[in-house]
Design a binder for this molecule. Structure first.
Ligand code: FAD
Length: 396
């Protein structure tokens, strides 16, 4: 174990917490400072667009740590504290509550929603990333409210689904040919379109939002085809970008994320690491990659702890990308990667029934697997794909 006494983790959320846990589990007895911009105790984000929006869970039920975990981990927890700069030479993080020196730094600042580049009314347009966002949006999604969801990705689909569960009238706008089309292809976009329409969503595809109506309060959305849609509430889900603004003057290599090597160490440093949505690293099988999913944040946090404590033994971090999304009565799961050249092939169930699994093939090789209410099949393909690409990956 290298002699590191003081570790600073910036970002008190999933990746940050899981990294602190892994460090302690692996025997690190020095100090760990966990710095988080949000005022809340660390919480889990997936329920925000699901149970929290539907008022089925309260914030206390989505905490990432209990009181016993906190005392066991013995963290210096600094919430409501924003990191504003990093001085690599002095090994100091500057924050809104003072300076923190470190022997090793973990950057786990996640991502922030992409904002639409147009005038926003003072009220009624929401982006969803934090607990405060979910509480504010959830308060506005009431029965019969006219909710416009901009973006047919995962967040958009989940918000639309939760809004329908609350009895709202929902219109969804998607710029591509169908929901999830850019991520999972046209076959799955067709299935999602059918799912949404069956649940009463007014789905409009191949159309962009070009403006908002209303000054103080949003009253509608202007579309690229010249039409307008009435709105009491607008929820925007058009992607996220890594939260790296605070690192602008640090000298770290930033390119859609903190650029790291295969063991998640920031390139050009020997004491800075990144994990979770903010990290871009060199995957042995897929090359430079950044993943914005829950499972990666957990697995990468653990890999970073290994890299910090025993760099000479650290293995390249080589996960198989995986995510799930809960929409209406459907659990959507995807494991692997889907290249534009991949072709979809149904392997179980039927598209019409809404319960099926399919694989993506490039040549004869399965590169990805998608399931709609087919968890066992996805788990099985996930295991097979993980084994096959780990066998194929070059050694460290
Ligand atoms: P985050 O969870 O974003 O945490 C980063 C933390 O760093 C934040 O608390 C932020 O405030 C803090 N921070 C940022 N900048 C600073 C700074 N300068 N100083 C101090 N603190 C800072 N994934 C799935 O696989 N399935 C799902 O169903 C799913 N649902 C989701 C639903 C929603 C609404 C959202 C937003 C995400 C969802 N995800 C889902 C994605 C998953 O939640 C993320 O991949 C995961 O939260 C990433 O964890 P992270 O710790 O890297 O980043």
């Amino acid at each position: 174990m290298v002699n590191r006494q003081s570790i600073v983790i910036v970002g008190a959320s999933l990746a940050g917490i899981r990294c602190a846990e892994a460090l302690r589990l692996n025997g690190f007895a020095g100090s760990i400072a966990l710095i988080g911009a949000e005022p809340h105790a660390p919480y889990d984000r997936p329920p925000l667009s699901k149970q929290i929006l539907r008022h089925e869970r309260v914030p206390a039920e989505i905490a990432l740590l209990g009181a016993a975990d906190l005392s066991r981990l013995d963290l210096r927890m600094c919430l409501g504290t924003e990191a504003t700069a990093l001085d690599l030479n002095r090994q100091i993080v500057t924050t809104t509550s003072g300076e923190f020196g470190f022997d090793a730094l973990v950057i786990a600042t996640g991502a922030v929603p992409r904002r639409l580049q147009m005038r926003h009314p003072a009220d009624g347009v929401f982006y969803l990333r934090t607990l405060d966002d979910a509480i504010a949006l959830g308060a506005r999604i009431v029965p019969e409210a006219k909710v416009v969801v901009i973006g047919g990705g995962f967040i958009g689909g989940e918000v639309a689904s939760s809004a329908r569960a609350r009895g709202a009238r929902v219109t969804m706008l998607e710029a591509s040919a169908g929901p999830l089309a850019p991520i999972l292809g046209s076959d799955i976009a067709g299935v999602c379109s059918e799912l949404y329409r069956r649940h009463g969503i007014d789905l409009r595809c191949s159309v962009m939002a070009t403006g908002f109506l209303g000054e103080a309060e949003v009253s509608g959305v202007v579309l690229s085809d010249g039409q307008t849609v009435d709105a009491d509430v607008v929820a925007v889900g058009v992607g996220a970008k890594p939260a790296t603004d605070w690192l602008g003057s640090s000298g770290l290599s930033l390119a859609d994320g903190v650029v790291c090597d295969s063991i998640c160490q920031a390139v050009g440093t020997d004491s800075v690491y990144a994990a979770g949505d903010v990290a871009r690293w060199e995957h042995p099988a897929f090359g430079s990659i950044r993943i914005e999913h829950w499972t990666n944040a957990v697995e990468q946090a653990s890999a970073v702890a290994d890299s910090i404590l025993a760099p000479e033994q650290a293995q390249p971090y080589a996960p198989l990308p995986y995510f799930w999304s809960d929409q209406f009565d459907t659990k959507i799961q995807f494991a692997g990667v889907k290249s534009p050249a991949a072709r979809f092939e149904l392997v179980d169930g039927s598209i019409e029934s809404g319960a099926f699994a399919g694989v993506y093939r490039v040549g004869n090789q399965v590169t990805g697997c998608v399931g709609f209410n087919r968890p066992r099949i996805v788990t099985s393909f996930r295991r097979q794909m993980l084994e096959s690409f780990r066998d194929a990956a070059p050694a460290a």
